[in-house]
Design a protein around this ligand. Structure first.
Ligand code: FPP
Length: 260
């Protein structure tokens, strides 16, 4: 893969996102439009995951976070949850070689302890064997909710204060950000949502503070390399100011992003 040309070579390096997050939406509607069961939409959605991960690696993206299963998705019909878990397991087993061959480090955000062992086992194995890979971080948001993650971080900080390890005045944006699981990745630059919906739906609430938002009309099962590159090109066209004036932002475009 490293020998393949970079599909975004035409975009200036400083206008390429380091970290892209994707809300993969529209599997159910894609299936319904074709008179198929929702499960078929998720299966085709898993194929789109494969294509987008490959495209992101080719494009030199440092981190790709995919919102694969939300805290709220547990309340879907049990048979749909079971099917999604089986699909996740299949993905982890079938993509293992490709992930390792392409120097990808697999990681997660979310309450993965809630996942059944049929997912947790291949997940933790692949995270362990890929932990030294440096080509790209692939982060799966699983049993993930932005509010749940933020309240969990607040709870842990409060406990440290109660234990006398931390003073309340030491809690600022940087300390808080460091207590979130996403802190091991570059700041989120671009948030993509597919299927024409314009919502963040409890995804990276903290992380998206200064992310550029790209809403694609394409249903996730149809979203592939081409639509991903459209999102990256859209990102490259944006003027990011991080609250500064245009003149200030031009000289210090990354300063206000919070760094890494
Ligand atoms: C949203 O579509 C999608 C999901 C809730 C699950 C996403 C899962 C996949 C893309 C497949 C498996 C994932 C991996 C990483 C292999 P929806 O069902 O809410 O669609 P709708 O809004 O049209 O009903």
């Amino acid at each position: 893969m490293s020998d393949a040309p970079n599909p975004i070579a035409h975009l200036p390096a400083e206008r390429r996102p380091r970290h892209v997050g994707v809300i993969m939406d529209g599997n159910g509607r894609w299936a319904k439009e074709r008179g198929l069961p929702r499960e078929r939409g998720h299966e085709k959605g898993a194929d789109a995951v494969r294509e987008v991960v490959r495209a992101a690696r080719r494009c030199g993206i440092e981190a790709l976070t995919l919102f694969a299963f939300s805290s709220q998705n547990w309340d879907r019909p049990p048979e749909e949850v079971v099917h999604l878990m089986a699909l996740l397991r299949r993905y982890l087993i079938e993509e293992r070689a490709e992930i390792l061959d392409n120097d990808i480090r697999l990681t997660t955000v979310g309450e993965t302890e809630r996942l059944p062992s049929l997912v947790r086992d291949p997940l933790s194995e692949l995270m362990e064997v890929s932990k030294d890979n440096r080509g790209m971080v692939l982060c799966l948001a699983l049993s993930y909710g932005g509010r749940e993650t933020i309240s969990g971080a607040a709870r842990r900080l409060a406990q440290r204060v109660a234990d006398g390890e931390l003073r309340p005045e030491e809690i600022d944006v940087e300390t808080f950000a460091r207590s979130l699981p996403s802190s091991e990745m570059p700041p989120l630059d671009l948030l993509v949502r597919t299927s024409g919906e314009h919502r963040i739906s409890n995804f990276f609430l903290w992380e998206s503070a200064y992310a550029e938002l790209h809403f694609s009309p394409v249903m996730w099962p149809e979203f592939g390399r081409e639509a991903f590159i459209v999102a990256l090109e859209d990102f490259a066209s944006r003027e990011r100011r991080f609250g500064l004036t245009p003149a200030q932002a031009e000289t210090a475009p990354r300063v206000a992003s919070g760094g890494d």
